[in-house]
Design a binder for this molecule. Structure first.
Ligand SMILES: [Zn+2]
Length: 298
């Protein structure tokens, strides 16, 4: 499996992406998406830059870290004498738990929110939104994952399965698709569905700070962050007020976005003392901002 790693990753990535883009035409959620494909170069550009940055700074990446630890017999699971058939699924589940908490922390720490806001500022959702993360956020996430992999002694195969699965499920739960209700209800018992994740992309603060899962839906239920659907239902306003305009979706603007605007949830409770425009920040929202919902203005 590992010798074919690059082909396997790319093949599954392209297969899932193309299948989801086709489904977005067949069973669309919100057929009208004004920016639509105009967002793709930036969303895909961020993904490419993130991959290149990781390759440049941490070429071994998480699978390399797992192989390194495996060769030395390091980590909790080998120390417990865990057999492979337990260690592999357990590692996949524990790594998903790690990503859940990492995601919660990026919402709670103002500096990290600035990086993560680039993902939330997508004014529309489709499969490419699942690839839209600031390269520095990707790098930090990889560093954390590598430490966790070594500490856990996660088998390299498990790390590869986890990364491929997370990438595929992230594209799936951002996809602009409407699943049949029965299938949706069954899927969300295990996986984060698009409807569940749209709650997380709501502009309303309480909803943004819920449904943090990317792959397994269990963690939100277990740690009290589960919301079944956005309060506004199909009318949910997606994105972050102030960062929704077409020109804000350019790759260069997205790369620089963390340097600009409000710093995070800690400031959200404080109403702005000056009009946002006077503060030199963009007021380009297509929808009226909701009180307390906009961290970039706070
Ligand atoms: Zn988030």
């Amino acid at each position: 499996m590992l010798p074919h790693e690059p082909v396997l990753r790319l093949g599954i990535f392209l297969g899932v992406l193309l299948a989801l883009l086709a489904l977005e035409q067949l069973i669309p959620w919100r057929r009208a998406r004004p920016l639509g494909r105009r967002r793709w170069p930036a969303n895909l550009g961020l993904a490419v830059l993130g991959a290149l940055l990781v390759r440049a700074v941490m070429p071994a990446a998480a699978v390399g870290a797992a192989l390194w630890a495996e060769a030395r017999g390091w980590g909790l699971l080998p120390a417990l004498g865990m057999p492979g058939w337990v260690a592999i699924p357990l590692s996949v589940i524990l790594l998903d738990l790690l990503i859940y908490w990492q995601h919660r922390v990026t919402h709670a720490v103002p500096l990290l929110w600035r990086l993560h806001r680039v993902h939330h500022a997508d004014p529309e959702l489709d499969a490419t939104s699942g690839l839209r993360f600031h390269p520095v956020e990707i790098l930090l996430s990889m560093a954390l994952k590598m430490v966790a992999v070594v500490a856990l002694g996660a088998p390299a195969v498990a790390v590869l399965v986890f990364e491929v699965l997370l990438n595929a499920t992230a594209m799936f739960n951002h996809a602009a698709i409407s699943l049949p209700p029965g299938l949706e209800r069954a899927l969300r018992l295990v996986l984060v569905t698009p409807e569940m994740h749209r709650t997380h992309h709501s502009e309303a603060r309480a909803e943004t700070d819920s449904c943090y899962g990317f792959c397994l839906s269990w963690w939100d239920r277990l740690f009290g962050s589960y919301r079944a659907a956005p309060a506004a239902g199909e009318g949910v306003v997606i994105g972050v007020a102030g960062w929704r305009a077409p020109e804000q979706q350019r790759l260069d603007r997205l790369l620089l976005q963390p340097m600009r605007g409000g710093a995070g949830p800690a400031e959200a409770a404080v109403p702005p003392l000056v009009p946002p425009l006077a503060a030199g920040r963009p007021v380009l929202s297509a929808a009226p901002p909701q009180p307390g919902a906009d961290r970039s203005m706070a």
